[in-house]
Write a protein that binds this ligand. Structure first.
Ligand code: EPZ
Length: 420
């Protein structure tokens, strides 16, 4: 296992290119199950989760070649294969995204239940409920979702809560269903829109993506397509938080500016200057002294839960008191105890954290627990006095491509070392 050794106190200056979005690449990769043939997908980030998803597609006889952020896939149409094994699913919950496409295209699916993770129980009841409504026979056997459907039937689906992968799974399943499916209380995340665009290139008939009502008219067959995945709004938001806290002047290239409004407004509220240069370029200038600001995480277009830990990290040294409320996941404050080891003043009450800004954070040995918590801890290390060792940094590698290299190119001092 690796750790990061960070010497804090450096400003960040220069230019950084944002990678492709993990949470768009993952569902788009599973959509290749829906049609036999050849695909070329670009701007695919070289991340552990992407490599895991490709391994899973390989098990389903979809051959792939991944290099230089491009993936060429060949779906050989072996409809006898439909099992997503525990060994792969346990390392990446997003594997559940093969459930809808397998059921729609191959008529069967045997997908290991993903199990919980550090941030919460992460159930998939909404996915199963909707597929059952579409006529699938679904059971849980020995830790696996076992599903069967000769042909899914379109229907009206009401999600009990906004679920991103739930919306994506059912949207994919509905593309080959008989008749029309309408998803109410659908997720509006940009990654859902990106997936819909790819599916439409494959011949799917989808309207309403990006709103909370998505309509899919089933077709008998889809065709393979090529696509360039959108940039990662969470990586871009993480960089904005880092520069806001360290101070500096950084230009973000290939950023999905139009879907970052909530984050940009919040960073401006802390006193930073953020210029929108054009639809894919942002510039942030900060003196590192931040006003406090409150955050309530919401489904898109609200402030993203995936930005919560990073924003909390920068509030630890703000001038004032910040209240951060986490509405999406029940246990997404794992970073709090680690930040307190560095001298942060944070109190938890139910779903809220009250952060009183302190003069300084001091470097310490801390432990990453999940993907975005580890991003928050990296930011804390960048602004702490002295050296911070972040252990179990593999959590970060799941969702950030060469993040240490990118930050060092801006002036950070991060060393990746083997952890004893
Ligand atoms: C997606 O997870 C993202 N992952 C998460 O990003 C992100 O935090 C989350 O959406 C919220 O934006 C991918 O897109 C691969 P949900 P997902 O279903 O779809 C509850 C990251 O850091 N729920 O929108 O799993 C659930 O427990 C990851 O990149 C049910 O109760 O999240 C949660 O409280 C972390 N039953 C809420 O809904 C269900 O069937 C939202 O979850 C489904 C969800």
């Amino acid at each position: 296992m690796d750790k990061f050794v960070i010497n804090g106190g450096k400003q960040l200056n220069g230019r950084i290119k944002i990678s492709g979005a993990k949470n768009s690449a993952l569902p788009i990769l599973t959509a290749t199950i829906l049609a036999d043939g050849d695909y070329s997908l670009g701007n695919i980030p070289n991340l552990m989760d992407v490599r895991t998803m490709l391994k899973l597609l390989g098990v389903l006889d979809i051959k792939y070649n991944f290099s230089e952020n491009s993936v060429h896939l060949k779906n050989l149409g072996n409809n006898e294969l439909y099992t997503a094994p525990y060994e792969l699913v346990k390392t990446m919950r997003a594997s559940v995204l093969v459930l809808g496409p397998l059921l729609a295209r191959r008529g069967f699916a045997k997908v290991s239940l993903p199990g919980g993770c550090a941030i919460g129980e992460r159930p998939v009841d909404q996915h199963m409920k909707a597929l059952a409504q579409m006529g699938a026979k679904i059971d849980i056997e020995h830790g696996y979702i076992v599903a069967e459907a000769a042909r899914l039937k379109g229907c009206e689906v009401y999600f009990d809560m906004v679920t991103v992968t739930g919306t994506e799974n059912i949207m994919m399943a509905a593309t080959l269903a008989e008749g029309e499916t309408v998803l109410y209380n659908a997720a509006q995340e940009p990654e859902v829109v990106d997936l819909a665009k790819f599916l439409k290139k494959m011949g799917a008939k989808i309207t309403g993506e990006g709103t909370n009502v998505i309509t899919i008219k089933g077709v008998s067959e889809l065709r393979p397509a090529d696509y360039i995945v959108m940039p990662d709004r969470i990586e871009a938001g993480t960089v904005l938080c880092a520069v806001a806290a360290t101070g500096g002047d950084v230009v973000l290239e290939d950023a999905p500016v139009d879907c970052m409004k909530a984050t940009i407004d919040k960073i401006i509220e802390t006193g930073c200057k953020v210029d929108i240069v054009n639809s894919s370029t942002l510039r942030i200038v900060s003196n590192g002294k931040l006003r406090s600001a409150d955050v309530v995480t919401q489904p898109y277009p609200g402030f993203a839960t995936d930005m919560q830990a990073q924003f909390m990290a920068i509030m630890t040294r703000s001038q004032g008191i910040s209240v951060i409320t986490e509405n999406i996941f029940e246990n997404r404050f794992m970073h709090v105890s680690e930040l307190k080891r560095m001298g942060a003043d944070i109190r938890l009450k139910d779903r809220s954290a009250v952060i009183r800004g302190v003069e300084k954070l001091s470097g310490a040995d801390i432990m990453a627990s999940d993907l975005r918590a580890s991003a928050g801890l990296v930011i804390a290390g960048l602004i702490a006095e002295g050296t911070t060792n972040i252990h179990r940094i593999y959590h970060l590698d799941r969702g950030y491509e060469n993040f240490d290299i990118k930050l060092n190119n801006l002036g950070a001092d991060i060393r990746r070392e083997k952890d004893e």
